[in-house]
Write a protein that binds this ligand. Structure first.
Ligand SMILES: [Zn+2]
Length: 339
C-alpha cells in the first residue's frame, strides 16, 4: 500500500468516512455490478455474502434510489446520500443471487441486458475466450495466444493473466475483427466453441427478466451483441441501440429509457452520442469509468465499479472517490459546489 493510500485509510477509519459522506451528501453515487456467485472463491464474481454485507451497509447509511431518480432529480438536497445500483450484461446469476436480496428489501436497481444474449443467439465474446482457455492446459494456452496475437506469452503465470491480455487486445476492435481473433484462437487450440452458452455463462430468460421488471427492477438496453460502439459507423450504432431497445419493449411491453455502453470506456462512446440518444427517446446512459463529471451528463453518467473489497466499496459510496476526483483534477479549480 502506498504512503498516500495509508494516510487516506488512517483518516477514513478515524471518522473520515462520515466526513466524506457529509461533504458529498447531495451527490448521487451510481454503482456498477456485473456478476454474482454463491461461492466466496469464484474469481471475478461478487459472492452472495459480500453482496449481502454491502446491501446491509447501504440500507443503514444511504437512501437507495432508481436511475430515474438520479436523472430527474440529480442535485436535490438529501439527508442521507443517495446510491443507485446498476447491473450490466444480462447474466442469470443476477436473477439467482442478487435479485432475491434486492426484492426482500424493496431496493430499486437497473439491469442492462444485451438482447441477442438473452435470445441465445450469441454469448459474450470474452466468455468464449475464457471457455477456450478453460478447455486447455496453460502451456497450450500460452502458445495459442502467442500465435494469434504475434507476441510472447511466456511471462503469464496463469490462464487469468493470458485471458486479460487477450481481452485487452481485442476490446476496441470492430465486430468482424473480434470474431476473426476468436476463430483463430479456437482453431489454434483445436476447439469447437458451443453455439449456446454453457450454464456458468448463461443469460437470464425473458420470463425471469419480466418477473424482475414487475418487482422494482428497471430494465435497460445494452445493445444487441455487446461489441464496442466506438469503431462502428453511425447507422450500425443506431441499429445496435434501437434493436436492443425494441426487443426489450416487445418482450416486456414497457418503454425502455435507459442505456449502458458496452465496455463503457471513453473510446467506446460515439462522438454524437447525445443526438443519437435524443433521437431514440432515451433518458440516460451510463459509462464504466469515474471522473469529476459524475452524474452531470445524463447520457454519460459515471459509475463506481464494485468488487469484493469492502474498504474500497465503502470509500466509493462514502464519497472519497468523488473528493479525490475533484481534488486531483489539475485542469479545473476546486469548487465546493462540485461535492
Ligand atoms: Zn457489458
Amino acid at each position: 500500500m502506498s504512503v498516500k493510500s495509508k494516510i487516506v485509510r488512517y483518516f477514513f477509519d478515524k471518522g473520515g468516512d462520515n466526513a466524506a459522506k457529509a461533504l458529498t451528501r447531495n451527490y448521487p453515487r451510481v454503482l456498477m455490478y456485473h456478476r454474482f456467485s454463491h461461492s466466496d472463491s469464484d474469481s471475478g464474481k461478487l459472492s452472495r455474502s459480500n453482496f449481502t454485507d454491502q446491501v446491509n451497509y447501504l440500507l443503514e447509511n444511504f437512501e437507495l434510489v432508481s436511475i430515474d431518480e438520479v436523472v430527474n432529480d440529480g442535485n436535490r438536497h438529501s439527508i442521507k446520500p443517495r446510491v443507485c445500483i446498476t447491473v450490466d450484461d444480462g447474466y442469470e446469476d443476477f436473477y439467482d443471487i442478487a435479485y432475491p436480496i434486492l426484492k426482500k428489501y424493496g431496493i430499486p436497481a437497473t439491469f442492462y441486458v444485451t438482447t441477442d444474449f438473452v435470445d441465445e443467439k450469441i454469448w459474450f465474446w470474452y466468455d468464449r475466450i475464457r471457455w477456450c482457455l478453460e478447455q486447455s492446459d496453460l502451456d497450450d494456452v500460452r502458445n495459442a495466444v502467442s500465435k494469434v496475437f504475434h507476441t510472447n506469452c511466456e511471462q503469464f503465470s496463469s490462464k487469468d493473466a493470458v485471458w486479460a491480455y487477450a481481452v485487452s487486445n481485442i476490446l476496441e476492435l470492430d465486430p468482424c475483427s473480434v470474431e476473426e481473433k476468436i476463430n483463430s484462437l479456437s482453431n489454434a487450440l483445436s476447439l469447437d466453441i458451443p453455439k449456446r452458452a454453457p450454464k456458468k455463462y448463461k443469460a437470464a430468460t425473458w420470463n425471469q427478466i419480466k418477473e424482475m421488471s414487475l418487482n422494482g427492477i428497471t430494465v435497460g438496453a445494452h445493445t444487441l451483441s455487446h461489441y464496442s460502439l466506438g469503431p462502428m459507423e453511425r447507422e450500425e450504432v443506431i441499429s445496435q441501440i434501437r434493436g436492443s431497445k425494441d426487443r426489450i419493449e416487445e418482450m416486456l411491453e414497457t418503454k425502455v429509457r435507459h442505456f449502458c455502453f458496452p465496455n463503457g470506456q471513453p473510446s467506446d462512446i460515439p462522438l454524437d452520442y447525445c443526438s443519437i440518444f435524443g433521437e431514440l427517446g432515451f433518458h440516460s446512459s451510463v459509462v464504466a469509468f469515474y471522473d469529476r463529471k459524475g452524474v452531470r451528463d445524463p447520457f454519460a453518467i459515471r459509475r463506481h465499479g464494485v468488487g469484493s473489497d469492502f474498504y474500497a466499496f465503502k470509500k466509493s459510496v462514502c464519497g472519497v472517490d468523488r473528493i479525490g476526483a475533484i481534488l486531483l483534477n489539475k485542469d479545473s479549480k476546486f469548487s465546493w459546489s462540485d461535492l
